[in-house]
Write a protein that binds this ligand. Structure first.
Ligand code: GAP
Length: 460
């Protein structure tokens, strides 16, 4: 079992404070005292999320001849969530502190209790209510406040909303609990209109909502988050091969984002951990400052989704192979990753302290700013004018570039290092003579002199 040290706790606190101080992430509704487990992303966070969405879509949709996209409604027909099994089975086991009435996820309380009391390793995820009650009784497990716990009960994670214009005639609907369900109920429409043949995939990026009992740390687990999901429709006989390919493909893509290989691992889920729709599931985990945690899943969902939506809608969701004439329900191999959780992985992985500087060593394609432009001094009009010209030429090309003329150059470097800006460009007296500037690298702190005409290719 992973033990959390004081240093680890400080690391996540340092990242939390950096994110807030520099405008990556804010607690939602802060002026009202904040709202638990929801976050707003400031300019730097929004840029980082946008970069990640674009990189993901380019790799998994644009570059694939047999993957198409979808941007579906967040609220769908309530029957969708009955068909998907979420109304019945999308639930965590919960226990309540009998004194404070605070609610906890039963598996987390048990695992935390074991870790805190050096009782060795235990995995309670997926245990039945009876098994959880037995564990709690056997080890005299108490709430984090030291009080006795209620019996475990199921708590549904779907977020309900009421829809309708007449007060007494409102109907219950659900905010989507995962982005993939609209991909399933749109199977026929997308397949026919895009003229795709099995094997083919449908991808979507968008918000999902879950009434999580335990949230945090920071924005690791929230009630509103974004998912990036790719659902491949394959012949049943090919599902295992696609599953194996997804594992390799996803790991390669993550390594390409610069994530430390030693902090990434694949872990096959045990039977009891698997969601109701999964035949096989492998997690990709990252070693966060608070332990190894999953941030991506690769799932073989079999024919569960299309069969259930077929049954509940009364529509035929089978597929006829245009060459062999075989009619079958395609199996689904899924790749699902949380966008915000991926951002947290990247922030944790990039956070570095070197002497007096904090550096976010983000891959240049992910960094919120590609470069920052500085006039050497702010009180020489010709230097500031030239620097403004360089800055405006870069932003006019759609490149995300910051401008800074405060304080001295050293402080400006430190300020950009902390938000992960890969290059800093300084316009000085020599620039006025020969159109060259200094360009300083974030990771090596080395400077070189280059011609202004080279800047775009050097920073993109
Ligand atoms: N369609 C499959 C599915 O939704 P999941 O393992 O429940 O599978 C996929 O979720 C990913 O979504 C997770 O790996 C995680 O990155 C992200 N995720 C799930 N719940 C989350 C939450 N409460 N807060 C932030 N991200 C979450």
């Amino acid at each position: 079992m992973y033990k959390i040290s004081l240093g680890d706790i400080m690391d996540i606190q340092k990242i939390t404070s950096l994110c807030k101080r520099r405008g990556f992430v804010f607690q939602s509704s802060e002026i009202y005292g904040g709202y638990e487990a929801t976050y707003d992303f400031g300019h730097l966070g929004a840029e980082m999320l946008r970069n990640l969405r674009n990189l993901w879509w380019t790799e998994f949709v644009t570059k694939q001849h047999n993957v198409v996209g979808l941007d579906s409604a967040i609220i769908s027909h309530p029957r969708v969530w009955e068909a998907s099994g979420h109304v019945e089975s999308f639930a965590d086991a919960m226990v309540e502190d009998t004194v404070t009435n605070k609610r906890y996820r039963a598996d987390h309380v048990i695992e935390d209790f074991f870790a805190k009391n050096n009782l060795g390793s235990v995995s309670a995820d997926g245990s039945t209510l009876e098994e959880l009650d037995e564990l709690i009784a056997k080890h005299n497990i108490t709430s984090p406040e030291g009080n006795s716990l209620s019996k475990a009960k199921k708590f549904n994670n779907l977020v309900q909303v009421e829809i309708g214009t007449l007060e007494d005639a409102k109907s219950v609907a659900y905010l989507r609990g995962e982005t993939c369900q609209p991909i399933f109920y749109n199977f026929n429409l997308v397949q026919e209109t895009s003229r795709q043949k099995v094997p083919f995939g449908i991808a979507q990026i968008g918000k999902a909502f879950r009434n999580e009992i335990k949230v945090g740390p920071f924005f690791f687990r929230t009630r509103e988050f974004e998912q990036m999901e790719l659902e491949m429709y394959v012949h049943p006989a090919d599902a295992d091969a696609h599953f194996a390919k997804f594992k390799e493909w996803c790991m390669d893509w993550l390594k390409g984002l610069g994530i430390s290989e030693s902090k990434l691992r694949l872990r096959d889920q045990e039977f009891k951990e698997r969601a109701h729709y999964n035949k096989v599931a492998t997690d990709i985990e990252y070693e966060f400052p608070f332990g190894w945690k999953e941030f991506q899943g690769i799932h073989n969902r079999g024919d569960w989704d299309l069969t259930r939506h077929g049954e509940f809608s009364g529509k035929d969701l089978s597929y006829r192979d245009p060459v062999s004439g075989e009619v079958y329900i395609p199996h689904i191999v899924e790749y699902s990753i949380g966008l915000n959780r991926l951002m947290l992985v990247l922030l944790c992985d990039a956070y570095t302290e070197e002497g007096d500087r904090v550096v976010l060593k983000l891959h240049k394609d992910i960094a919120p700013y590609k470069a920052a432009v500085f006039p050497l001094v702010r009180n020489k009009e010709d230097i500031t004018a030239k620097a403004q010209q360089v800055y405006k030429t870069l932003v006019a090309q759609g490149i995300s570039v910051d401008w800074d003329d405060r304080g001295n150059i050293g402080k400006r470097y430190l300020s950009q290092d902390e938000i992960g800006t890969p290059k800093c460009i300084t316009i000085d007296y020599t620039t006025l003579e020969d159109e060259t500037v200094t360009i300083r690298d974030r990771d090596t702190a080395k400077q070189e002199r280059v011609h202004i005409s080279e800047l775009t290719s050097l920073i993109c």
